[in-house]
Design a protein around this ligand. Structure first.
Ligand SMILES: Nc1ncnc2c1ncn2[C@@H]1O[C@H](COP(=O)(O)OP(=O)(O)O)[C@@H](O)[C@H]1O
Ligand SMILES: [Mg+2]
Length: 356
């Protein structure tokens, strides 16, 4: 599900090699309704059919729509990008907050509520600095100021736009950055981009040139951690190299594939498609085996056990949007009904649930 960019079409073509059926759904034909009748997702006016997996992506303007659609299907459909990742990943401030939370290194970044507060920061920082809009892409929302005078006049221009912005430490890399594409637990491809002469932004769209680079394991780990921090199994991570190691400046949920494929000669779309197939299959099979009877057998629990006897279940915790999802067998054993009033006692490493 995408806006039908060339990169999305490349991925769709690659997916056809693995999946029995692949559909190309245009995000622009989707509609979400909320309210008394529940959350409903329409595609060209009709309810969207059930899929084993949906790889949804699009630009930041579609973040609310993407979040709504993925929220509706997340529990029963494999999706490589968590619903809240669409709001986090398409906003550089929220991305930096997530990176901070998970201790992923990044340049010092300032968020301010007013131009006056921003000017105070401009008095204190070392130059040059970067100012950027949280929603910019392709280098278009990134500004470079090499002095207080330059930064201050930029601020006045920003003020007229009435848009939030970030002030960021400038990391000297001679106009280069590193783009890594993370798929699952791995960096599947990476390139070093070098800005054209006189330009500070290394984006390919800003004229930057990419060349393949093999990342050391530390840098790879940081890229994978950045992707996990925002809740994406597939995304691009932009980093700048410093003497103290890489710092992450951006994650991109809908990265362009043409530039990096041409620069590295690696079939990135194919690697993404292969991963999607593997994960969709795993998810579908897991779903089937959670049917109660099979679960009972798997877990070695006898269904004939006297009701009331306590059962021990050993399982791996499953999370949906940061909420714990308990195995179905727990519902069967506890006979809890939706809406039951319960006392939840929780502390580190322990939780109990008792019906009132
Ligand atoms: N803090 C920084 N220090 C130095 N260069 C930066 C910094 N932030 C961004 N850049 C340059 O600007 C480019 C675009 O910035 P980025 O944050 O990735 O936004 P975009 O979404 O526009 O790609 C980067 O690839 C890098 O070359
Ligand atoms: Mg970038």
């Amino acid at each position: 599900m995408s806006l039908g960019s060339k990169s999305s079409l490349m991925t769709i073509e690659a997916m056809k090699k693995y999946f029995d059926q692949v559909e190309n759904i245009n995000l622009k034909d989707m509609e979400v309704t909320l309210g008394s009748k529940g959350l409903s997702i329409l595609y060209n006016g009709n309810p969207l059919q059930k899929y084993n997996g949906i790889y949804a992506k699009g630009s930041f303007r579609y973040a609310p729509l993407l979040r709504s659609i993925t929220t509706a299907f997340y529990d029963n459909t494999y999706m490589p990008i968590k619903p809240n990742a669409f709001t986090i990943g398409h906003d550089k401030l929220l991305t930096h907050l997530a990176l901070q939370y998970y201790k992923v290194p990044m340049p010092d970044t300032y968020v301010v509520s007013s131009i006056d507060a921003a000017k105070k920061i401009l008095d204190q920082v070392n130059y040059p600095i970067i100012m950027k809009f949280p929603h910019g892409t392709q280098g278009k929302g990134v500004m470079f100021a090499d002095s207080f005078a330059a930064a201050s006049s930029m601020l006045d221009a920003i003020e007229t736009l009435k848009r939030p912005f970030l002030i960021q430490e400038y990391v000297e890399t001679d106009g280069s950055d590193i783009r890594a594409i993370v798929v699952g637990d791995k960096v599947i491809v990476s390139m070093k981009r070098k800005a054209v002469f006189g330009e500070k932004r290394a984006n390919i769209h800003a004229g930057g040139k990419g060349e393949p680079i093999v990342l050391d394991s530390h840098t790879q780990k940081i890229a994978v951690k950045a992707a996990k921090s925002i809740g994406a199994e597939i995304c691009a991570v932009d980093m700048l190299e410093t003497v103290k190691g890489p710092v992450v400046i951006e994650t991109n949920l809908s990265p362009g594939l043409q530039g990096i494929t041409a620069a590295t000669k690696i079939d990135v779309a194919d690697k993404i498609a292969m991963y999607l197939y593997k994960k969709t299959k795993e998810f579908t099979e897991k779903g089937k085996t959670t049917e109660t009877t099979k679960m009972f057998a798997d877990l070695g629990v006898k269904t004939t056990e006297k009701s009331g006897a306590e059962q021990q279940i050993i399982a791996n915790l499953d999370f949906r949007s940061e909420r714990i999802l308990l195995p179905k067998i727990v519902s069967d054993l506890t006979k809890f009904d939706e809406g039951d009033e319960v006392v939840i006692k929780a502390k580190k490493g322990n939780i109990s649930l008792e019906k009132i």
